[in-house]
Design a protein. Structure first.
Length: 522
């Protein structure tokens, strides 16, 4: 049988090389007829189903791949299986697949840095720690394992431990861009030694994404040294490289669709909010706008838990629609989608997912930044939800986005003044529009007010959320829960004004951006 399987695999690969995907799919399906737990064939068929926009089939093939691994199939592609499960927000399946594997298996050891990352992405921080503890004595000194442990320590709030592991990783791999970036973000010093090793890493690097990452790290270190001209030059160089790697070619189309939604008379059907538990609380805003800070504050409330930045809304819409849901403003006709879908089914699918993630609280926070432009879908599918939009001063949020390096090319608008200003301006008007259209469901919190007038701002928010007063909300540093967003370091401290007007350190080179944002506050 193995000889026939190998032949079919070669045939499938040959068909793929000629872009004959139907024929390749037939070859892989024939493999499953012989060997139902063939992991590579299941993964390929999941991808082919996605290309056909067949969400249920793609989802089922991914689940079958996980079952195959658990039933004794090859672990050679274990990390690919768990990454695929994350695409479908199948966090429990991710944990089950990894925890059920033999952690002494050489294939598992080889993939252990990725597997630990997938565990924490699934919210299983303790299990990720346990995996690292088990595999490190077997693998020995390994820079990626040390780096992964440092990330885990950072997300759990052990910043000293994170720094120790990052430095240990760098000692093993002195030019690793991920580690330089993590160190510069965790605790930039601007010391000559830090600057020298960054420049040495840049001189040795030929990988374009890595070089961009090193330039961003160099910006943070030079900024800490108060070498502003050199810092700005490093940031500009890093942004230019990211623009080349990840140009935002869809923004104009996305924005035109958002404008059509705001100009329309669409409104959710009048429906009495359901008494469900947990009640969804969406905290929405641009990245780096203060959503994590507010999440940490509300997370101190005894009736509230946070599920972090999950893809449950996108997954629920995909499940109910039977096709991959790319996002409301990614659809050719978002109004037709809202009119043609069973929004109640989407809401039900989402609520089931939320109940699994936060079963024991009255309310649960979902703060994925992607959900900002899903606001009309939330209004239609989840009338019981409360939506909190965090609005930060235009230049502050723009500069904070500009100097953040988002992984995987996410938020590609942030690397160019034109697209950055357009995104900030639209987001501000978008929040205002829906707060006026649905004031009982949407509430806007101003970041400056949250920082400068914390108690009154939180009091008004609790009234909107129908939550009783609770002590300690104004102290996010007391929240011990893990946090893996770009703000994972900043939100470990007490509320402060340090991030207000931070852009003014670079007012001269940012002047063109300020001009483009001139109408944002009007």
């Amino acid at each position: 049988m193995q000889e026939r399987l190998d032949q079919l695999w070669r045939e499938g690969q040959a068909h793929e090389s000629r872009a004959d995907y139907p024929a390749a799919g037939e070859a892989y399906a024939a493999m499953l007829a012989l060997h139902p737990h063939h992991v590579p064939a299941l993964l390929r068929l999941s991808r082919f189903a996605q290309e056909r926009n067949a969400y249920p089939q793609a989802h089922q093939y991914a689940l079958r791949a996980a079952d195959a691994v658990r039933l004794g199939g090859s672990t050679r592609l274990l990390a690919y299986v768990t990454l695929r499960l994350l695409d479908f927000a199948e966090d429990a399946e991710v944990a089950s697949t990894i925890l059920g594997a033999d952690w002494r298996d050489p294939d598992v050891l080889r993939q252990s840095p990725s597997l630990a990352q997938h565990l924490w992405l699934a919210g299983r921080y303790d299990d990720a720690q346990r995996l690292l503890d088990a595999v490190e004595p077997q693998v020995g000194a390994h820079p990626l394992l040390r780096f992964t442990r440092g990330q885990l320590k950072q997300y759990l709030g052990d910043l000293e431990g994170a720094a120790t592991h990052y430095e240990s990783a760098l000692a093993l791999a002195p030019h690793l861009p991920d580690v330089h970036w993590a160190i510069a973000k965790l605790r930039p010093s601007g010391s000559p030694a830090r600057l020298q090793r960054l420049r040495t890493a840049l001189a040795s690097s030929t990988d374009e994404p890595g070089r961009a990452q090193l330039y961003y790290a160099l910006f943070h270190e030079l900024d800490a040294a108060d070498e502003r001209d050199a810092a700005w030059a490093a940031l500009a160089e890093g942004a230019a490289r990211m623009r080349q790697l990840h140009p935002d070619t869809s923004q104009a189309t996305r924005h035109a669709r958002a404008e059509r939604l705001m100009a329309s008379d669409w409104a959710p059907l009048a429906a009495a909010p359901k008494a469900v538990q947990p009640r969804p609380i969406f905290i929405l805003g641009l990245p780096r706008s203060g959503t994590t800070l507010l999440d940490r504050m509300l997370g101190n409330h005894g009736w509230v838990s946070s599920v972090g930045e999950r893809n449950d809304l996108i997954a629920a819409a995909s499940e109910a629609a039977g096709q991959f849901y790319p996002g409301l403003c990614q659809l050719e006709d978002p109004l037709a989608f809202l009119a043609g879908q069973d929004l109640g089914a989407i809401g039900h699918a989402y609520q089931q997912r939320l109940r699994r993630a936060a079963p024991a609280t009255a309310a649960a926070i979902d703060k994925h930044p992607r959900n900002l432009f899903e606001l009309p879908l939330i209004l239609g599918a989840l009338p019981q939800a409360r939506i909190v939009c965090v609005r930060r001063d235009p230049m502050d949020v723009a500069f904070s986005n500009l100097k953040e390096l988002f992984q995987g090319g996410a938020y590609a608008y942030s690397y160019d003044f034109d697209t950055l200003a357009a995104e900030v301006n639209l987001a501000r008007r978008w929040m205002t529009h829906w707060a006026e259209r649905a004031p009982g469901s949407v509430h806007v919190v101003d970041y400056r007010s949250l920082v400068e007038d914390t108690e009154p701002t939180l009091s008004a928010l609790l009234a909107f959320l129908d939550l009783p007063p609770w002590p300690g909300l104004a102290h996010p540093e007391r929240n011990p829960a893990p946090v893996s967003t770009a703000s994972s370091v900043q939100v470990r401290g007490a509320v402060h004004r340090g991030a207000l007007d931070a852009w003014q350190r670079y007012a001269a080179p940012l002047a063109p951006l300020a001009e483009r944002l001139a109408d944002a506050g009007r």
